[in-house]
Write a protein that binds this ligand. Structure first.
Ligand code: CP
Length: 316
């Protein structure tokens, strides 16, 4: 959450978000999880209008923001790149300014281009929430990942989260690096050298550390949780390492055999979408004793309720 010069709160990334602010947002999300479990509804955002502007494909994030807004009593205005006047040459910024002129209370923005939500936030008068921008950040995904781990462990300090896959192209990895290490977790990044640049060890301000390994079998015994990422082929101009699926799975896939070697209490996570049989075997992704994947999705609604409430209502 970033405070602008006008006192407005935008959520553009987790980079630089202090631990106490992360903790407060997670506490608010926990409150919404508990309310949902009790079947309680909320009218906190009744009469408010949330614009959901998605200029790149999405299933989880887009639906989750829509559900979150509905559970708070808000109405949503949905716009995707396909079918909008972007196809006639209108710019993203003009699109956002026109949507703002209709009287929205907040904008949720996803774009394949890093920095788009930041550009829009500088030009509009309402709060802007980054729903994933290019390779840069996906803050609500990381918040829901962290909430899921916090609900399991209580606190993150001293835990090691192993993140495996296409780190270089992953906004999920970047946001998680910021959030997890700020809360004291250590992150071990694993993948092929071309997809896990050594510079990522410098990404954190601490107190958690970031280390890199290119050997999944060496890394897994150190894991308190394993987060698998897909190869982001849409960001590989030349096909990249993910084009050789059997070799990738052999070296970096969470196969049934590898998962069998994990300690029983080590959970497996994935932000989705999953490429089954590539970065993770179906038996592992669907294992109710180990997989937190559907809990991540459920917790995502609560996180987005907390973020929308804070952006539109402030601290309540
Ligand atoms: N995890 C995630 O961002 O999924 P979607 O692309 O489906 O929103």
């Amino acid at each position: 959450m970033e405070q602008t010069t006008t006192g407005r709160f935008d959520l553009l990334g987790l980079d630089g978000m202090p631990a106490d602010e992360l903790g407060t947002l997670l506490d608010e999300a926990e409150g919404f999880v508990a309310a949902a479990e009790q079947g309680e509804s909320s009218d906190l955002l009744a009469g408010r209008l949330v614009a959901i502007l998605f200029f790149e494909g999405s299933t989880r994030t887009r639906c989750s923001f829509t559900v979150a807004a509905a559970r708070l009593g808000a109405t949503t205005l949905d716009l995707t790149g396909a079918g909008s006047s972007l196809s006639k040459g209108e710019s993203l910024l003009d699109t956002a300014l026109n949507v703002e002129a209709m009287g929205v209370d907040a904008m949720v923005v996803r774009s394949g281009r890093s920095g788009t939500p930041h550009l829009i936030a500088r030009s509009v008068g309402c709060p802007v929430i980054n729903a994933g921008d290019g390779r840069h950040e996906h803050p609500t995904q990381a918040l829901l990942d962290i909430l899921t781990l916090r609900r399991r462990w209580g606190r993150l300090a001293g835990r090691t989260v192993v993140i495996v896959g296409d780190i270089a192209n992953s906004r999920v990895a970047r946001s998680n690096l910021h959030g997890l290490t700020t809360l004291g977790a250590d992150v071990l990044l694993v993948g092929p050298p071309t997809l896990v640049p050594p510079s990522f060890t410098q990404i954190t301000a601490g107190p958690g550390t970031v280390t890199v390994s290119h050997d999944l079998d060496e890394a897994l015994p150190r894991a308190d949780a394993v987060m698998m990422l897909r190869i982001q082929l849409e960001r590989h101009g030349d096909g990249g390492a993910g084009s050789n699926t059997p070799d990738y799975r052999r070296l970096y896939g969470l196969t049934v055999d590898r998962a069998a070697g994990l300690r029983a209490e080590v959970p497996v996570m994935h932000p989705g979408p999953i490429n089954r049989g590539v970065e993770i075997d179906s038996e592992v992704a669907d294992d109710p004793a180990r997989s937190l994947i559907m809990q991540q999705v459920t917790n995502g609604v609560a996180v987005r309720m907390a973020v929308l409430s804070r952006a539109i209502r402030g601290l309540v």
